[in-house]
Design a binder for this molecule. Structure first.
Ligand code: AMP
Ligand code: MG
Length: 397
């Protein structure tokens, strides 16, 4: 019986929520990129702190317009504190400058005529509030501007900067041990012997984990050997997750699973997902263990759809689901499957087009692709039918 992807994800997320990373650390804003906010952020000032001009032009009272041209009684640049506006006059004002008290509108300079005598004639009717950015239009003192569990990217960091926040508490990086299993694996830079291949999953997982604010404990290559597996796990020390790839295929001597059965607990799932059917989840001495299938495209898909949301939820992130949208299929599908397929594909003229070779061993399919095309269990598609598309930009960070 295959487990639906949603069900496996729900179990993983529940398990993650039950074991949140509890430590946090205070960082300067410039170092908080990609991290997760530990506490909500409350605005300590109004944004903007005072009404200001949205235009280069003239600040005045609407009531004073419509008569004779107005004398310019002051000039206000951004960064200056204006005098109250003298009745019956206008103020030259520039974008971002505070509005003089008493003014109730700003006319852009293009709609005003500067006369030779220095007075200003207004060429159009005016409305109160025109071209004024009111105090607090963005946020008010006391507003909850960001929730705990928000991931901090350029926009969030900019918002914090606009509130004058120089440092903030973020969730400590989860420490993740990465194990690549397989006698056939060799690291790049070493010569390849007969039957050997280069270890690519290690590089994929280590760099992806760092993008998810994790600290990588690279545990290297684990040979297919029970004693060595036991020793490797025992030597890992203090980590928040053990993440392995390979060694979970059906029929294979399952060394990681055997150690977990002896010294921990183990769930072996056969997921209704392609690529990536076999998945291990368990605990070793209380530390969660996630075992991904070893084929490079399977590792990619299961990490992106299961391990990524798991690790974000461990850090307290609520919104862990990648954005996806529906686009017309640029292909036909006439072999309804029992597993949900995630084809590595691209958008071409708005249509989702899969890479020609969808073998789970082919990582190049993903390098060619812009994202994953979801083909649901049992689906039969003709060209133009809607399919869900998950851009890699949603998954890879
Ligand atoms: P396994 O899950 O160990 O049976 O591995 C399935 C396939 O993925 C085999 O062809 C392995 O050689 C390959 N594979 C496993 N681990 C890696 C890795 N770290 N890098 C590249 N290929 C791998
Ligand atoms: Mg293997």
């Amino acid at each position: 019986m295959l487990i639906p992807v949603e069900q496996a994800l729900a179990s993983l997320l529940a398990s993650a929520a039950a074991k949140p990373i509890e430590n946090c650390e205070t960082l300067p804003l410039a170092q908080a990129q990609g991290r997760v906010l530990a506490h909500e952020v409350i605005a300590g000032l109004d944004l903007p702190p005072w009404p200001n001009s949205a235009m280069d032009g003239y600040a005045l009272r609407v009531a004073d317009a419509g008569g004779a041209p107005l004398v310019v009684s002051q000039r206000v640049f951004a960064g200056q504190a204006p005098e109250p506006l003298q009745p019956g006059t206008c103020a030259r004002i520039f974008t971002g400058a505070p509005l003089p008290e008493g003014a109730d509108c700003v006319e852009m300079q293009e709609n005003a005529e500067l006369l030779d005598d220095g007075r200003v004639r207004l060429l159009q009717a005016l409305k109160p509030g025109q071209n004024i950015r009111p105090q607090g239009q963005e946020s008010r003192v006391g507003d909850r501007v960001l929730a705990a569990g928000t991931r901090l990217g350029p926009v969030e960091l900019g918002l914090l900067a606009s509130l004058g926040i120089a440092e903030l508490a973020v969730i400590s990086r989860p420490r993740v041990a990465v194990l690549s299993t397989g006698d056939e694996l060799v690291e790049p830079g070493q010569p390849l012997g007969p039957g050997q291949i280069y270890n690519s999953n290690r590089t994929v997982l280590c760099s992806w984990l760092r993008a998810l604010a994790c600290e990588v404990v690279d545990a290297g290559i684990l040979p297919d050997d029970l004693d060595l597996t036991r020793q490797a796990l025992a030597g890992l020390g203090d980590v928040d997750l053990i993440l392995s790839s390979g060694g979970v295929s059906v029929g294979e001597a399952d060394f990681l699973g055997q150690v977990l059965r002896e010294e921990g607990e183990l769930a072996l799932w056969k997921l209704a997902i392609k690529p990536g059917k076999p998945l291990t989840f368990g605990h070793y001495k209380g530390v969660p263990v996630l075992g991904l299938p070893g084929n490079p495209a399977s590792t990619l898909v299961t990490f992106g759809l299961l391990a990524r949301p798991y690790l974000l939820r461990r850090q307290g992130v609520e919104a862990v689901a990648p954005l996806q949208f529906h686009v017309p299929a640029g292909f036909a599908w006439n072999k309804p499957g029992t597993r949900r397929e995630y084809l590595r594909g691209r958008l071409e003229q708005g249509r989702a087009v899969p890479y020609g070779n969808q073998s789970s061993g082919v990582l190049r399919s993903a390098a060619w692709a812009d994202g994953l095309i979801e083909v649901r269990e049992g689906a039969v598609l003709v060209e133009g039918d809607p399919v869900a598309f998950i851009p890699f930009s949603e998954l890879l960070g």
